[in-house]
Write a protein that binds this ligand. Structure first.
Ligand code: GTP
Ligand code: MG
Length: 377
């Protein structure tokens, strides 16, 4: 399903500066992911350009010659958008927009765009609007500082009070949205109190790893599944039977990705909090993905960022029905012997996964310490 209608498709050129600390395959991978993000956001990719640099150009990210090349590609391909895989600061974004005369975005903006289009629940919509406004304000603040600098150190630039006035509605809206979120969370907290009869197992992992598919398999739910990044933005919680005597609450939530914008993490903190408040995490990865260890590393770092690093977890290697997963499974189970290979599509490994969840919960969940003989039925 395309999110965009075909008449208004934007034509995008992807741009990437490969810095010296990135190896070639990592850079290629990041660009491939940007392609998927761009496609998910409904833009058509009509070209791409990369440049190797020791460090980014402070004013335009690419060097000046490469900006000219980019300009030529934009004209030749009739593009109206340029998307950088690298994070652009306000000055780079401003200069590039001026030089190229088309819309310039970076990875953060494209992720924000996807989130904005996908947000369905009131909570997700407020969280995304907040993240977008804060992003917008952070860019304006840098431009303001630049103006002040031009006006002379310590002096107020001529447009400063005007800019502050112009930003006042944005700041008011931010305050309003924060209050709205607080109210939503208060209502949720009251509701969540009722749920603590069962252990909470939260599925986390890289976007597109198959979390929602696994939720459906384990609980018979009908969560939305799609071969696109960020199919899920809202937390879904379902009751699941692990065996005739054991029930858990299983939650599925927004996926992780490398360089997940900090503003989004902050705005989605309560959605992501299901992970830090869980009794057990299922860290789901796509074992058929060639650089699956990178995905594990991104997930581990994101879990630390949301304060869930100490929650017990099981590593779940999904998509084992795909031949490409064989090597990864051998390699990863050597490193993580407790990792569980499964296929949410064929059901392979699911009984073992249920058993492992029971065993882990018996070790770590105070709600749930029954004799192990019962749990192993
Ligand atoms: N081959 C194979 N494909 C799978 C398996 N599990 C899920 N998929 C596919 O992978 C894609 C993503 O699945 P989702 O369940 O939406 O993944 P997710 O982790 O919830 O993704 P986000 O919500 O975007 O973070 C879909 O096309 C699924 O059909 C599996 O075990 N094997
Ligand atoms: Mg999902």
């Amino acid at each position: 399903m395309k999110l965009h209608d075909t008449h208004s498709v934007e034509r995008a050129i992807l741009a990437q500066v490969v810095l010296s600390n990135l190896d070639a395959s990592e850079a290629a991978d990041s660009l491939l992911e940007l392609q998927r993000l761009t496609d998910t956001a409904g833009l058509e990719i009509v070209g791409q350009l990369t440049q190797n640099r020791l460090k980014p150009d402070g004013g335009t990210m690419f060097g000046s010659g490469k900006v000219e090349d980019l300009k030529a590609i934009v004209a030749a391909k009739g593009a109206n958008t340029v998307i950088f895989d690298n994070e652009l600061n306000a000055i780079q974004s401003y200069n590039l927009t001026k030089a190229l005369n088309v819309r310039v975005m970076d990875r953060t903006e494209i992720i924000l765009e996807i989130f904005a289009r996908r947000a369905r629940s009131a909570e997700a919509q407020v969280q995304v609007e907040l993240a977008r406004l804060q992003f917008q304000l952070s860019r304006i603040m840098v431009t303001e500082a630049q103006q002040r600098f031009k006006g002379g150190i310590g002096m107020k630039g001529p447009g400063e009070s005007h800019l502050q006035l112009r930003n006042a509605p944005l700041r008011r809206r931010v305050a309003e949205l924060k209050k709205k979120l607080e109210d939503i969370h208060k209502r949720q907290a009251a509701h969540d109190g009722l749920k603590r009869k069962w252990p909470i197992v939260s599925m986390v992992g890289y976007t597109n790893a198959g979390k929602s598919t696994l939720l459906n398999v384990l609980s018979g739910a009908d969560a939305y599944v799609d071969d696109r990044l960020f199919a899920t933005l809202d937390t879904k919680t379902r009751l699941a039977w692990l065996n005739p005597t054991r029930q858990i609450l299983l939650t599925d939530t927004v996926g992780f990705i490398r360089n997940l914008p900090h503003g989004l993490i902050a705005s989605f903190r309560s959605t992501l909090n299901v992970a830090s408040q869980a009794d057990l995490l299922l860290l789901v990865v796509d074992a058929a993905y060639p650089r699956v260890e990178d995905h594990i590393a991104v997930c581990t770092a994101t879990l630390a960022e949301i304060g869930a690093q100490n929650v017990p977890s099981l590593l779940v290697l999904n998509k084992c029905d795909r031949g490409a997963a064989d090597n990864a499974v051998t390699h990863i189970t050597e490193k993580y012997p407790l990792a569980i290979p499964v296929s949410a599509h064929t059901g392979y490994g699911v009984p073992l996964l249920k058993k492992a969840i029971i065993e882990e919960l018996q070790k770590c969940c105070t709600l749930w310490r029954l004799p192990s003989a019962i749990s192993r039925t």
